[in-house]
Design a protein around this ligand. Structure first.
Ligand SMILES: C[S@@+](CC[C@H](N)C(=O)[O-])C[C@H]1O[C@@H](n2cnc3c(N)ncnc32)[C@H](O)[C@@H]1O
Length: 586
């Protein structure tokens, strides 16, 4: 790939005479338009070429990332067509040619594949040649891209396929898809694509403009961490004509991120979810997990959403569509090997009797200068132990046994010297130094630990849960239940740093449902407390998890599936085969 790219850049350099970057790009575009006539192998080099010509060659990967130029594999393109173009064709008069749009078309992988399907149908039904068919269908293929190089290549390709008919590419334009006259104004029958990903505030200078566009459609402000791809989802859904269909690649975080909630709700109001696709592995060069959302603007809503996974896509079990205010994570869970939620019996939520807080950056930085290494024997007199996420496992705290990182430094036994905190931080510490359950975030299952005597200070972003002391065991047992971890994944998949991890906010935790069987819950609460004092906590934890399954009324034969899923996600340090468990006594 690198050699081919260098050869292409050398060819461009030998044929163009300008040294200014803008002219160089325009001349490269002209050359690519010609190369598109007979050189397919150039196509996959275009994102790197573009990045190399627009930026310093050494930062071409960064430039490519910045543009979000990761082209879609053929198998996924075909799946999107199966889910959008084909059903549209099935429901319309064979003479009708749909207007197909890819708002960020790159080299037109979606448009060329859609065009080929339409051409094959036309040539099979009529006596016209492939070239004549491309001449007729070409103008119905609408594509935008900011980058002149893929646009030039696609225009050249379409003109060639249509027997040098320049009209075939008249709907392919180099433009910002979000500019006036582009996506916000156009309508189409079929919309396909893989828009650029990225949280606007972090990755583009156009963040404000993009958010304003979305806010106009939503009639409410868009949160600062909404992904740009979600804005394309919203504008594409709005651009869909009656009975139209669309399939759009999205980052998996769009399914559950808080700041895209308004977009999900609006999209559900104007379209219906037909199917989704997701994959356990990343199918693009970028390290982002993706999904495909296929939607229709038809009057009838399907009772079930079809789910697909992997490449080539396999059909999985369908699921009921999400409703307004729900996240969409469950659309992708099966494809990632995560079981669906079983029917269970619940009663109320944790918020009915508990309080939760996650603290903020202020508390993290407010500890600066007050953290010290504890003397081995006299730790408790010097100040409370400071506990980080990395020190917590289910029912275990490894403070003093495992090192941890705080403020960019490694500590063996970090304590906080309370007299060195300012008044606000002292008040904060006082409020945290009470009996509580601590819950770290970004873990593969929920990993609660009980601080029965209230001696630990939690480091941000650990969630602290408080309640009357006799109910703390119940909180721990509930958070330890495999079904609660599973529910957390079904509510927030894709919002953590890795697709495998769970990230709940304090308010998410308070909305978790409690079990209906209080006797079983109390028995599990005792086992949870016991696990903290046990040299072999995995036994008490397994027992606690089993008992919690009963508390939620899950039959024994079904419970195994969820217990197995949970056990293989537990941290290695408390897996039954590992004996190096650190137990903290109170
Ligand atoms: C992930 S690539 C997808 C290309 C093509 N649809 C495919 O799937 O193979 C995203 C494309 O969006 C383009 N792009 C990024 N921001 C854009 C914008 N605001 N308007 C139009 N195109 C944009 C990039 O240049 C890049 O070609």
């Amino acid at each position: 790939m690198k050699a081919a790219l260098e050869a292409l850049i050398a060819k461009i350099d030998s044929e163009i005479d300008s040294t200014t970057p803008v002219d160089r790009l325009q001349q490269a575009a002209t050359l690519l338009r010609q190369l598109a006539r007979n050189q397919d192998d150039v196509e996959s080099l275009i994102p790197q070429l573009s990045a190399a010509l627009q930026e310093d060659t050494s930062s071409s990967t960064a430039a490519r990332r910045h543009a979000g130029a990761f082209y879609t594999p053929t198998a996924l393109v075909n799946h999107c067509l199966d889910q959008s173009l084909d059903p549209w064709l099935d429901q319309h008069d064979p003479d009708l040619i749909p207007d197909v749009l890819d708002p960020c078309c790159g080299t037109g992988r979606f448009l060329l594949a859609a065009g080929q399907r339409l051409v094959d149908r036309m040539t099979a039904d009529t006596l016209c040649s492939q070239q004549e068919a491309w001449s007729k269908i070409g103008p119905h293929l609408h594509g935008f891209d900011r980058d002149p190089l893929p646009i030039a290549w696609l225009q050249g390709r379409l003109n060639t396929l249509a027997g040098d008919d320049p009209c075939a590419s008249k709907s392919i334009r180099q433009t910002d898809a979000l500019a006036d006259g582009a996506l916000p104004q156009i309508t189409a029958d079929v919309i396909l694509g893989n828009p650029p990903f990225g949280t606007p505030l972090r990755h583009t200078t156009d963040a404000e403009k993009i958010r304003k566009r979305a806010a106009t459609v939503l009639q409410q402000p868009l949160g600062p961490y909404a992904d740009m791809a979600a804005v394309f989802l919203l504008l594409s859904a709005s651009a869909l004509r009656a009975n139209g269909r669309m399939s759009l690649v999205q980052p998996i975080s769009v399914l559950a991120a808080r700041d895209t909630g308004a977009i999900r709700d609006q999209v559900l109001q104007i379209t219906s979810l037909q199917s989704t696709w997701a994959s356990a592995t990343s199918v693009f060069d970028a390290q982002v997990h993706t999904c495909v959302l296929s939607l229709s603007r038809t009057p009838t809503k399907p009772a079930l959403v079809e789910r697909f996974g992997g490449l080539p896509p396999q059909r999985l079990t369908p699921i009921a569509p999400p409703t307004i205010d729900m996240t969409w994570s469950s659309l992708a869970t099966t494809a990632l090997g995560i079981p669906d939620m079983p029917p269970w019996r619940t009663c109320g939520t944790l918020g009915d009797f508990a309080f939760a807080t996650a603290d903020f950056r202020d508390q993290y930085y407010g500890l600066k200068g007050a953290v010290a290494e504890a003397d081995k024997d006299e730790q408790t007199h010097q100040g409370p132990p400071l506990v980080t996420t990395g020190l917590i496992d289910p029912a275990q705290c490894a403070w003093g046994h495992r090192p941890c990182r705080i403020h960019g430094q490694t500590w063996k036994r970090p304590i906080v010297k309370l007299d060195q905190l300012d008044r606000n931080m002292q008040n904060w510490a006082q409020a945290r130094l009470v009996p509580k359950v601590l819950l770290p975030t970004q873990t593969r299952v929920l990993e609660p630990v009980l601080d029965q005597t209230g001696r630990w200070l939690p480091s941000v972003p650990i969630i602290s849960l408080t309640a009357p002391d006799h109910l703390l065991g119940r909180i721990g047992a509930m958070l330890l239940c495999p079904l609660i971890s599973l529910l957390a994944v079904h509510r927030r998949l894709g919002t953590a740093r890795t697709p495998d991890a769970i990230k709940l906010s304090a308010s998410d935790v308070l909305m978790l449902p409690c079990p209906s069987d209080e006797c079983a819950w109390d028995a599990a609460a005792e086992l949870f407390v016991q696990a903290h004092q046990d040299g072999t906590p995995h036994k008490a934890l397994s027992h606690c998890a089993n008992t919690m399954m009963q508390a939620y009324n899950i039959p024994e034969n079904t419970a195994t599936t969820f217990l197995d899923w949970w056990k293989q996600r537990l941290p290695k340090s408390i897996q039954p085969t590992d004996c190096t468990v650190i137990s903290t006594s109170f």
